[in-house]
Design a protein around this ligand. Structure first.
Ligand SMILES: Nc1nc2c(ncn2[C@@H]2O[C@H](COP(=O)(O)OP(=O)(O)OP(=O)(O)O)[C@@H](O)[C@H]2O)c(=O)[nH]1
Length: 190
């Protein structure tokens, strides 16, 4: 499930991952909740991800709360060009704590890093916050595609690992896996 303030790029991130495209042009806010499926092959095993895209707008909050309970993983996004969306991360974490399963897989993503000139949230600030909460962190761009596949693949790997629990399989470490992240603005492959 994708969560975070309105406009941080949740729908665009999902469309980039699903269709490999960027939704340029006018911004159409998600109403309530929507979902898309994508099948990935992870270490030779097919994993079907059902990805729920939530509305970031406050007025839909009661709708989205109902979906947290069934979520196996949450991608929590902020927009590196929007300080308020970063400042609201703590409130989102409180909400997640209240409504999601205790063992939900959680990842923090700072999106829109292609807009280097408009950046107001430093990479180090994202890293610091993620470390404070023990959450894996990456910077992404739905516009350029930077780290988008990596973020979803990391989630798929973790979920596959948890659901199969093969006795001889080495433990999958999400924190280590996200170190494959490509750093930089990644501008612009749309
Ligand atoms: N430069 C840049 N713009 C982006 C990126 N991702 C999204 N956008 C733009 O940000 C705006 C909002 O994107 P959405 O994906 O609709 O945002 P959302 O988080 O789904 O918003 P809600 O549905 O209201 O919760 C759109 O105008 C996008 O084109 C990105 O990685 N880089």
């Amino acid at each position: 499930m994708l969560v975070g303030d309105s406009g941080v790029g949740k729908t665009c991130l999902l469309v980039r991952f699903k269709d490999g495209a960027f939704l340029a042009g006018s911004f159409i806010s998600t109403v309530g909740i929507d979902f898309r499926n994508k099948v990935l092959t992870v270490d030779g095993v097919k994993v079907k991800l059902q990805i729920w895209d939530t509305a970031g707008q406050e007025r839909f909050r009661s709708v989205t709360h109902a979906y947290y309970r069934d979520a196996h993983a949450l991608l929590l996004l902020y927009d590196v060009t929007n300080k308020a969306s970063f400042d609201n991360i703590q409130a989102w974490l409180t909400e997640i704590h209240e409504y999601a399963q205790q063992d939900v897989v959680l990842m923090l993503l700072g999106n829109k890093v292609d807009s280097a000139q408009d950046r107001v949230v430093k990479r180090e600030d994202g890293e610091k916050l993620a470390k404070e909460y023990g959450v894996p962190f990456m910077e992404t761009s739905a516009k350029s595609g930077l780290n988008v596949d990596l973020a979803f693949t990391a989630i798929a790997k973790e979920l596959k690992h948890r659901s199969m629990k093969l006795p001889n399989e080495p433990k999958f470490k999400l924190h280590d896996y996200v170190k494959k992240e490509v750093r930089g603005s990644g501008c612009c492959r749309s």
